[in-house]
Every structure is written in C-alpha cells, then in structure tokens.
Design a protein around this ligand. Structure first.
Ligand SMILES: NC(=O)c1ccc[n+]([C@@H]2O[C@H](COP(=O)([O-])OP(=O)(O)OC[C@H]3O[C@@H](n4cnc5c(N)ncnc54)[C@H](OP(=O)(O)O)[C@@H]3O)[C@@H](O)[C@H]2O)c1
Length: 322
C-alpha cells in the first residue's frame, strides 16, 4: 500500500521538489499551503498532481494557528516539515522569521504528537544556517560537520534568519526527545537547481535570476542542487537506519567567476556578469548524507545549466543578449 506523506509549505521551491519526488514514487501526498486561492502559488502543484503517479491533495494550514495541522496529519506515515520563512528584507525579525519558524514547528509537531500511532518519522528542513558560525567564517581550520551548531546568531535584522533556523531545529529535537517520535533534519546550504512551474519568489530563485539578468552578483558560495535536497528528504524517510542531521552540500565553495564561465559557455548568445575569482575552499564534510542515504550529488555545472534553462524557458529570467 502506498505511504501517505504530509508536506508543509508544499508550494515553496524546496517543498515542490519533495512533493514531485514523492508523487513520482506513488505516495499519497497531502500538501499544505497558506491559501488555496493563490492560484500562482498552487498551479504548478496541481499540474504535478495530474501528471505523476501518486495522489496529491492540497490543504490550507497556518503555521501560527494551533491545531491547524491536526486533521491533515491524522493517519499519515511521514511528515516533511519544510515551511519556514526564508527572505532577507525583514522589518521585524521576531514576527517575520522567528515566530513562524519556531511556533510553526511546534504547531506542526504537536499535531504529530496527536497522531503518533501512525507517523513513523518527521523530516524537518533545517539549514546550514543552523550549523555555520559566520563570525568565524567557514573553514576556520576545520570542516563543518553535523556536530556543529550555530549558537551565536541573534534575532536581529542581520542574524534573524539564521537564528530562526537554529531555534526551529532545536524545537524539533526537543519535541522528538519528549514525544519519542523519530526526527531527521536535512541541513542544506544554498539551494539551486531547476524550477518547477512559474513561482519565482524564493530567495534562491530571486538571487539566481538576478545573476542571469546582471542585476545581482552575490550568490552564496556554498551550494547544493534542489534535486539532491529532495532525494535527501525522501531517503531520510525511507532508509530505516537514517538518523540525526544530514548536512547536504557540495564540500567546496564555487566562485561566481566559475558560475559565469559555465553559463557563458552554455548560453553564448547572452552576457552574464563576470563574477569574482574567489579561491576554492573546502568547507563541508558531506560524507554522511552520501554514505548513509546513498545520495550522489549533482555537479555544480549541471545545477547551474538546468536552473538557467528552466528560468529562461519559462520567461522568469530575461538574460541580456550579446
Ligand atoms: N533555498 C535555500 O537556499 C534553503 C537553504 C537551506 C534551507 N532552506 C529551507 O528550506 C525551506 C523552504 O525554503 P525555500 O527556499 O523553498 O523557500 P520558499 O520557496 O520561500 O518556501 C517557503 C515556504 O514556507 C511557507 N511559509 C513561510 N512563512 C509561512 C507562514 N507564516 N505560514 C505558513 N507557511 C509559511 C511558504 O508558504 P507560501 O507558499 O504560502 O508562501 C513557502 O511554502 C525553509 O525551511 C528554508 O529555511 C532553504
């Protein structure tokens, strides 16, 4: 019998890939969204539901409303909790980032606690932001691993997102210990890769589209492919021995000069920013996700070309002709 999985924030960039991979495998997927009436946010999911073997139903749920997820989680085998705000322009970091991240996690997990008889595992989308101590900079003489925690960010405009991810992950582990429900976290670095549909308001998409169009030259250098993040989520649910955190990333940084060279070679008709030739730094030990979950990671060139191809072909990004 097919498994039933709940995916929170289903229409987001990362969650859409998780939904897609679950549907490809024949799961019954219950996706939660803030509003079903936002057609531009749900249309791509409806199309996936029609095209792929699994069954998709969409449900409205609010991270900040206690009990909102109770009925949706009831009877599910797995809960993938990906919903969490990820944007930079915040007015009030506590209200805009920390509260939805932390209270949202607590609300989703309290619904899981009411359905402990069926829910086998919770897979929470955390982040490298909950691992990296930015004040010390990456690779300060050692590699980052799943053992590292970012316990220095503050809930202010500068560190609000990183703080929200650490606090939300801590809430997840606290819940798992108290309720005895197995939790696994996936901790991605900056996620790039092909975009499904036309929704383009994720920070990853905004930054990459900006690079393609020549309006942004700032791309975080530690990165991972969205398809690998999707596979890590699904494998975390399916591999019986999966446990703990999975730092999912390329091991080395990639410079924007390399990104520019790859795009220029593949799309010679367009002009891209020259980028900066920063040194390659090995910053991350990514062996756990590869060994334990059997994930073979995409090469950065595949990620960049596939992301640019989807953005350009859908008209989301308009590169400058030469
Ligand atoms: N992209 C990256 O580089 C990256 C790296 C590491 C970790 N992550 C994590 O991956 C997850 C997904 O991020 P993403 O990049 O896919 O961003 P995204 O496309 O902006 O998705 C965020 C999702 O969270 C939902 N959400 C935000 N605030 C909410 C609220 N108050 N109530 C209900 N839902 C809310 C959004 O719902 P709506 O659809 O209603 O807007 C959206 O579905 C997040 O947990 C993020 O921290 C992302």
């Amino acid at each position: 019998m097919a498994y039933t999985a709940v995916v929170t924030g289903a229409s987001g960039y990362v969650a859409t890939e998780v939904v897609k991979q679950l549907l490809e495998k024949g799961y019954n997927v219950r996706g939660t969204v803030r509003s079903l009436s936002s057609k531009d946010k749900v249309e791509h999911l409806e199309l996936l539901g029609q095209a792929l073997p699994g069954k998709l139903t969409l449900h409205e749920a609010d991270l900040l409303k206690p009990g909102s997820f109770d009925e949706i989680v009831k009877g599910a085998d797995f809960v993938f909790h990906t919903a969490s705000p990820f944007f930079r322009d915040v007015q009030d970091p506590m209200k805009d980032l920390v509260e939805p991240a932390v209270h949202g996690t607590q609300n989703v997990l309290s619904s899981v606690a009411k359905s402990k008889d069926t829910v086998k595992k919770v897979i929470q989308t955390s982040s490298f932001a909950a691992i990296v101590k930015t004040s010390k900079g990456p690779s300060n003489g050692k590699l980052y691993t799943e053992e590292d925690w970012n316990d220095e960010s503050k809930p202010d405009k500068e560190g609000g997102y990183r703080y929200s991810k650490t606090a939300a992950e801590e809430a997840g582990w606290k819940f798992s210990k108290k309720e005895g429900v197995p939790l696994i976290t996936i901790n991605p670095t900056f996620v790039l890769g092909p975009v499904v549909g036309k929704r383009a308001d994720a920070t990853s998409i905004i930054d990459f589209k900006g690079f393609i169009e020549g309006t942004n030259t700032n791309i975080m250098p530690w990165q991972i492919d969205v398809r690998d993040i999707g596979r890590a989520h699904v494998a975390a649910a399916e591999v019986p021995s999966a446990q703990g955190r999975y730092l999912t990333s390329h091991s080395s940084t990639v410079s924007t000069k390399t990104l520019s060279d790859i795009l220029s070679k593949r799309f010679p008709q367009y002009k891209f920013p020259a980028g900066e030739d920063a040194p390659v730094k090995t910053v991350i030990d990514n062996s756990k996700v590869q060994k334990e979950l059997g994930i073979k990671l995409h090469e950065p060139a595949e990620t960049y070309i596939d992301m640019a191809t989807t953005l350009i072909s859908t008209g989301i990004a308009k590169p400058v002709p030469k």
